[in-house]
Design a protein around this ligand. Structure first.
Ligand SMILES: Cc1ncc(COP(=O)(O)O)c(C=O)c1O
Length: 402
């Protein structure tokens, strides 16, 4: 299944500086300096599947880059992928193409709530979940995840408290969850749906990380569960899966006709329903021809995750890994370093020369945490860890016994 994509393939170091890469060329803006190892923005330092690269070159050779339709073959590729990888039978008319999952989060808030109404999120969570609600003049309700024995779960009692009597129409749900790495179980999803039914809640289920799952876990598409048809909007994309997020294209899959129309109308008002020839080509080719590459990627990421876990246990016991069940984003509990969030950020950037996402970006539930993106050649990730170990040992030498 993984022919040609052994670990040496993912070990290749490809320079990205000067390509306009947010992760590399955005370091000055984000960290105030360029000499940090970038392990922040959620894209990977791996080449896209060769079939995608070839299809893009082929398309580029045709010299006219005009307005582009979504071909039937694109919808077929999505339908086949969802059936094969997620045991989900999707119908053609359920699919609404859109320029990204974050635009879709914003569109969902505008489509399904009015100014002054509320939407719920479950922090710590990917920061656009906050801004999608607050920037559109809606009221943000937070149902923080519970952290018990190193594992995050949904606080269903608190969720019900949030919903009782409040004018909440929408839940922005992250599945698998960025940054905590949970792959929600069917039991958890069923409980969530029961609550949604009781309080007539619409769920926007962001499943962009659905294909990046570690062995021993299985992603369940919320919309495959009974009772979801009239209330779930699923966002899917090959962008994280195949490392093509800069091509800005994703699919909303919405069985309910009225919900579908409501959100499609928002995109039509903005005039952003069409895409471009390259995104369409890459999207379809990735789903059709990228599977062996993805299988190999998941093996590589698992080995990197395990190597990080071993290194932390052996050399950095002050930093606790919240073991991820999916995604290439590792959530590191740094609270035992006893630093304020400002000091943590300063320490990692200026002492360790490592550019991670500070946990505070994901809400106050992220205080004391950092998010490490391991989507890079393993040697780079090990260098990140060695940098941290050395920086900490310099502090210990300055303050022996402190
Ligand atoms: C949970 C989640 N949703 C959405 C996105 C971004 O989606 P898009 O690039 O399609 O807007 C990310 C990227 O990190 C993410 O982690």
């Amino acid at each position: 299944m993984t022919d040609g994509f052994g670990s040496d393939y993912f070990d290749q170091i490809i320079r990205r500086e000067g390509t306009g890469s947010t992760k590399y060329d955005g370091r000055q803006a984000m960290f105030g300096k360029t000499d940090v190892i970038p392990a922040w923005v959620a894209d990977m330092d791996f080449p896209a599947p060769p079939a995608v690269i070839e299809a893009l070159m082929e398309r580029a050779r045709h010299p006219i880059y005009g307005y582009t339709l979504y071909p039937d073959s694109l919808f077929e590729a999505i339908i086949e992928w969802m059936q094969r990888r997620h045991a989900w039978t999707v119908e053609r008319e359920w699919i609404v193409m859109c320029p990204g999952v974050v635009p879709a989060l914003n569109a969902a808030v505008i489509a399904f709530t009015k100014p002054g109404e509320s939407a719920v999120i479950q922090p710590p969570v990917y920061f656009p979940f906050f801004s999608a609600v607050t920037q559109t003049g809606r009221i943000l309700i937070q149902n923080p995840l519970k952290l018990e024995n190193g594992r995050y779960t949904i606080d269903f009692d608190h969720l019900e408290q949030c919903l009782r009597g409040a004018n909440v129409r929408l839940l922005l749900f992250c599945s698998p969850h960025n940054p905590v790495g949970r792959v929600w179980s069917p039991g958890e999803l069923e409980q969530l749906l029961q609550i949604a039914e009781k309080y007539e809640l619409i769920i926007f289920s962001d499943e962009i990380h659905a294909d990046l799952i570690y062995p021993g876990h299985q992603h369940t598409v919320l919309a495959t569960l009974e009772g979801s048809e009239s209330r779930v909007i699923t966002a899917m994309a090959p962008s994280k899966t195949f490392n093509i997020p800069g091509l800005n294209l994703s699919a909303l899959i919405i069985p309910d006709k009225a919900l579908r129309k409501t959100i499609a109308d928002v995109f039509n008002t903005w005039h952003v329903s069409a895409s471009n020839p390259f995104s369409v080509t890459a999207f379809e080719t990735a789903y059709r021809e990228g599977e062996a590459w993805l299988e190999a990627l998941c093996i590589y990421l698992r080995a990197t995750r395990d190597a990080v876990a071993v290194f932390l246990t052996e050399h950095l016991p002050q930093i606790r890994l919240i073991s991820p069940e999916g995604t290439y984003l590792l959530w590191l509990d740094c609270s035992a370093l006893n630093m304020s969030d400002a000091d943590l950020r300063h320490f990692f950037i200026h002492k360790a020369a490592v550019g991670m996402s500070p946990g505070t970006l994901f809400g106050i539930a992220g205080n004391g945490f950092m998010r490490l993106n391991i989507g890079a050649p393993r040697e780079i990730i090990m260098q990140v860890l060695r940098n941290i170990r050395e920086a900490l040992s310099r502090i210990d030498q300055k303050h022996p016994g402190g």
